[in-house]
Design a protein. Structure first.
Length: 257
């Protein structure tokens, strides 16, 4: 057993605090006041130490850390759109600061955006630990491998599940209890599950998915400008511009003129 794993969970929590503080120092001061240089130095130390633990080999962890820090402006740019989407999409939101400080969705999405970059850099273990920490705190489960466009908003959020190979376009809004999941799991001849294949749905731009809806399958595509009603169960694609409602224990699709 690698003794480095003993403190890994706390390291990950500390790292999330440092990185969120770097992104929004005026909002997230989990690590106390630091100058930008000091904050990056401390965050860099924790990040490199964490990377050395999860890689367990001679990988150049300093180089990976620099690649990640180079992408921080990109993460902040897309998170700014997520904050705006929440503020514009919820009439109860009084300010963007309220969104950032009080909304569980922003906590989950901000941690997901960070974890997704580590996922793209092929960092093992760490991205999943980050999003599971967010899951524990918020009830929102977003796999770090999911691809999510800008202006993303989850209203309320409890019970949302977004699978690894899901793709979500721009200006998508989900409500609580939505599942974007796998329809079934392909198996090898020896019974082990096939990994690395497309299992989860694609959601287009400007889509709203209401509470309790379940959309499953790697070939399932929800077109642009669709509305998926509450408690709908979908395992087939929906063309752009349609509204799908649950009625009489079946799905009714209403085509917009």
């Amino acid at each position: 057993m690698n003794n480095g794993y003993v403190n890994l969970k706390q390291q990950v929590i500390d790292l999330i605090g440092y990185l969120r503080s770097m992104l929004y120092p005026e909002i997230f001061g989990e690590m106390g006041y630091r100058s930008t240089r000091a904050l990056k130095s401390e965050a860099g130390y924790v990040l490199v130490d964490t990377l050395k633990t999860v890689f367990e080999d001679d990988t150049d962890c300093e180089a990976i850390a620099e690649k990640f820090f180079d992408r921080l402006p990109e993460i902040k740019e897309i998170l700014d759109t997520d904050v705006q989407a929440a503020y514009e999409g919820d009439p109860a939101a009084k300010s963007t600061k309220e969104v950032m400080l009080a909304y569980p969705a922003f906590e989950a999405i901000s941690i997901f955006r960070i974890a997704h970059v580590f996922y793209e850099l092929n960092v093992p273990i760490l991205p999943r630990m980050m999003t599971e920490y967010a899951h524990k705190n918020t009830g929102i489960d977003i796999h770090p491998g999911a691809t999510v466009g800008p202006y993303f908003f989850i209203d309320h959020g409890t019970g949302v599940v977004i699978g690894e190979t899901t793709t979500i376009g721009e200006r998508v809004k989900l409500y609580q209890g939505v599942t974007l999941g796998a329809k079934s799991f392909a198996a090898n001849p020896d019974g082990t599950l096939v990994k690395g294949i497309k299992r989860h749905p694609d959601i287009g731009n400007n889509v709203v998915i209401y509470a309790g809806a379940t959309i499953l399958g790697g070939s399932t595509k929800i077109g642009d400008n669709c509305v998926i009603g509450g408690n709908v169960w979908l395992t087939h694609s929906v063309d752009a511009g349609n509204t799908v409602l649950a009625a009489h224990e079946r799905n009714e699709i209403f085509t917009k003129d």
